[in-house]
Design a protein around this ligand. Structure first.
Ligand SMILES: Cc1cc2nc3c(=O)[nH]c(=O)nc-3n(C[C@H](O)[C@H](O)[C@H](O)COP(=O)(O)OP(=O)(O)OC[C@H]3O[C@@H](n4cnc5c(N)ncnc54)[C@H](O)[C@@H]3O)c2cc1C
Length: 323
């Protein structure tokens, strides 16, 4: 379910905002300008330059391959990619999902739930467990849930190379793993390798390795004169990428911009969620998760997430009731 951004702005007087649909392609934090390539503008048209007092970077992160896990471009391209992927899934007999983080587990779980009895679904985990970085007991529980949906987890399955070739009317993929194993499938869905959408930001503000934006405890982008550039969400990915963290960071920055603009007061440190929650749907019937270090029951994850994948909150995001 996708909704128009303009809907969320409707309650406000139209002279209080401008919605600019386009891609930020360059920024100058000294001149306080940002250049935006407007959607629906011709290839030769000049980008629009916008002057700001405060700038908030919230352009997130993307998957580098042609997959619909995130919104990487405009509305129509995303819809087309979603439908194309669904139609490829429908036709495929053997689907390999690469990367066994939360996204890979959720994708494999959905496929297993719908097609576990009619198609071969393989999830490649680069290490010895799914959900790397989590407690082993949680990873083992996740693997057991996937097994119930007939998803095969192939461990030590780090991908080295993928060759695509056209078969009889359909694509075929040969996947070479680092351990020497070669796998064949007719649909390959990579979920690994997220990169921040930070190309329009000068490299001196970025972590040289991850390219995420560097911020201080107030979520000011570091080394900006005047401390009037902020960053939230997956473009920062600290303490990790997650929408509950993003939501809290957005609220902190909104508060700090208000303190600065309206009250001329110093900023307050940004607060994260009171407890780190991981909730991973495994198909439409079950799930795994934890609240802090306490394991959540499958039923609880299903109730809170897997049952609807949060669709019931869309109206509240649009109305601003959730912030
Ligand atoms: C399959 C999946 C399941 C997830 N489940 C959960 C979960 O259960 N719980 C949880 O906490 N988190 C979850 N996450 C993570 C969560 O979705 C992200 O942490 C959250 O979306 C980050 O929000 P964001 O606004 O920072 O970035 P994004 O959601 O990445 O949004 C960034 C937006 O900016 C746009 N953009 C990019 N570059 C530019 C540019 N140069 N100019 C203008 N616009 C640009 C993008 O098109 C996009 O619309 C999940 C992620 C995935 C992929």
């Amino acid at each position: 379910m996708l909704r128009e951004l303009s809907e969320a702005l409707q309650p406000y007087p139209s002279n209080m905002y401008e919605l600019v649909i386009g891609e930020a392609i360059a920024s100058d934090f000294t001149a306080k300008t940002i250049k935006v390539r407007l959607n629906n503008s011709g290839p030769d048209s000049k980008p629009r330059e916008i002057i700001y007092d405060h700038l908030i970077l919230a352009t997130g992160a993307r998957y580098t391959n042609d997959t619909p896990w995130k919104a990487n471009s405009d509305y129509q391209s995303l819809i087309t990619l979603l439908h194309d992927t669904a139609s490829k899934v429908e036709k495929a007999k053997h689907i390999i999902v690469a990367g066994a983080g939360a996204t890979g587990v959720e994708v494999a779980g959905e496929l297993g739930y719908e097609y576990g009895k009619t198609k071969t679904i393989t999830l490649l985990a680069s290490g010895q467990h799914v959900l790397p970085g989590e407690q082993e007991s949680l990873s083992v529980a996740t693997e057991n849930e996937l097994k119930k949906l007939n998803v095969t987890v192939q461990k030590g399955g780090r991908v080295r190379d993928v060759v695509t070739r056209a078969g009889e009317g359909e694509e075929r993929y040969t996947i070479q793993l680092e351990n020497g194993t070669k796998l064949e499938c007719d649909l390959y869905l990579p979920t690994q390798g997220m990169v921040p959408n930070s190309e329009y930001v000068d490299a001196k503000h970025l972590d040289p390795k991850t390219k995420t934006v560097l911020v201080d405890e107030f979520l000011h982008v570091t080394s900006v004169p005047g401390n009037n550039v902020w960053a939230v969400g997956d473009i920062v990915s600290k303490p990790r990428a997650g929408f509950m963290i993003t939501q809290k960071q957005a609220a902190s920055v909104a508060k700090n911009v208000e303190l600065s603009l309206l009250q001329n007061k110093p900023p307050v440190p940004a607060k994260g969620p009171p407890v780190d929650i991981l909730a991973c749907a495994v198909g439409r019937g079950r799930g795994v998760g934890r609240m802090g270090s306490i394991r959540l029951p499958s039923f609880g994850v299903w109730l809170a997430k897997g049952r609807t994948l949060g669709m019931q909150f869309v109206d509240q995001y649009i109305s601003g009731a959730i912030a």
